[in-house]
Design a protein around this ligand. Structure first.
Ligand code: FES
Ligand SMILES: [Fe+2]
Length: 332
């Protein structure tokens, strides 16, 4: 496992709920192999390892709300308890040690979130919030999961970076004739960082309609952020929840929700395809940045006033003690 004392106690997005159907789904979270499967009581997440002989449970199948190991057919219920060992008579007691390791797992906003801290639910560790998802005047689209060969903090910081829009996304989101970022500040609000509204001449959704949009960035957690773009001339709002699944130090998957309060009759595929183009453009940068780890020492790279959201992000990762995907050289 990637030993990061913060992320191993955080809710991390691992899949879209709709992608966990009748077969087990395997994935890697912080180098830990995990299997997801659906039961009548919701999605379950186990360590992808059978206690009997170490076979991956994800190669098995789901039967009657249980996951069945592919090797000798041991059956584990949604709580991880072994309820059937085919090699012994049914009346024989199953050893209580015959259990799967279960991780807290919840479905929210159409995303499956897993926490490697077994007490997360008891402790009430909060999930990121995204109220637009439940607001009937908005419509949400899931962008396709996007795999990046980059560390999570570089990927999140790129999402929080207003200055690149006019260059990396020229013609899609930004215009290099209008690259200036007006001064703004970032504030701590309850449990997250929130930027002031930043006026940026941009296109909200690749439709070709440029206007002054007001961007608000929020850093919710080390791997989760959100963004709201408001056009006050027509009250159109486009929001995003952006969350990164850290597979390991150099590989991540992005899950992004794109929510709008306009063009509700437009096909969702338009917004999905648009987001795909945006992230393909970002991939070219984030997969090639050096060092691969985000430098948390603010002396390590140069910063402008325009970078205040990134500065807040780096500082917060340092204060929290995040080490995953981070270069902590120079931090006390
Ligand atoms: S290894 Fe899973 S049942 Fe034997
Ligand atoms: Fe970008």
């Amino acid at each position: 496992m990637v030993e990061d004392k913060v992320l191993i106690k955080d809710w991390l997005a691992v899949a879209y709920a709709g992608d966990v159907a009748d077969k087990p789904v395997k994935m890697t979270l912080l180098n830990e192999r995990i299997v997801l499967f659906r039961t009548s009581e919701g999605i379950k997440a186990f360590k992808d390892l059978c206690i009997h002989r170490g076979a991956p449970l994800s190669y098995g199948k789901v039967v009657d709300d249980c996951i069945v190991c592919p090797y000798h057919g041991w059956r584990f219920d949604g709580e991880g308890k072994c309820v059937r060992i085919p090699q012994q008579p049914p009346e024989q007691t199953i050893p209580p040690k015959a259990k799967a390791i279960v991780y807290p797992c919840v479905e929210r906003y159409g995303i499956v979130w897993v926490n490697l801290d077994e007490d997360a639910i008891k402790k009430g560790t909060p999930l990121p919030f995204y109220e637009e998802f439940d607001d009937p005047s908005f419509r949400t689209v899931q962008a396709a999961p996007y795999v990046l060969h980059a560390a999570g903090p570089r990927v999140v910081e790129n999402f929080l970076d207003a200055g690149h829009l006019a260059f990396v996304h020229e013609g899609l989101l930004g215009d290099s004739n209008f690259p200036e970022i007006p001064d703004y500040h970032v504030h701590w609000k309850e449990n997250r960082y929130v930027s002031d509204e930043i006026a940026i001449y941009a296109d909200a959704d690749g439709s070709g309609n440029y206007a002054t949009l007001y961007y608000t960035y929020e850093i919710l957690r080390p791997m989760t952020a959100r963004l709201k773009k408001v056009n006050y001339e027509n009250n159109q709002i486009l929001s995003m929840l952006f969350t990164v699944l850290p597979h390991d130090e150099r590989k991540t998957t992005v899950f992004a929700l794109v929510t709008r309060n306009y063009a509700l009759d437009e096909p969702d595929s338009y917004f999905r395809d648009f987001q795909q183009k945006v992230i393909e453009q970002d991939a070219f940068i984030v997969e090639n940045q050096k060092p691969e780890e985000l430098p948390l020492d603010l002396q390590a790279e140069l910063h402008l006033k325009a970078d205040r959201v990134s500065i807040a992000y780096r500082r917060w990762l340092g204060e929290l003690g995040v080490t995953y995907g981070s270069d902590v050289t120079g931090l006390r």
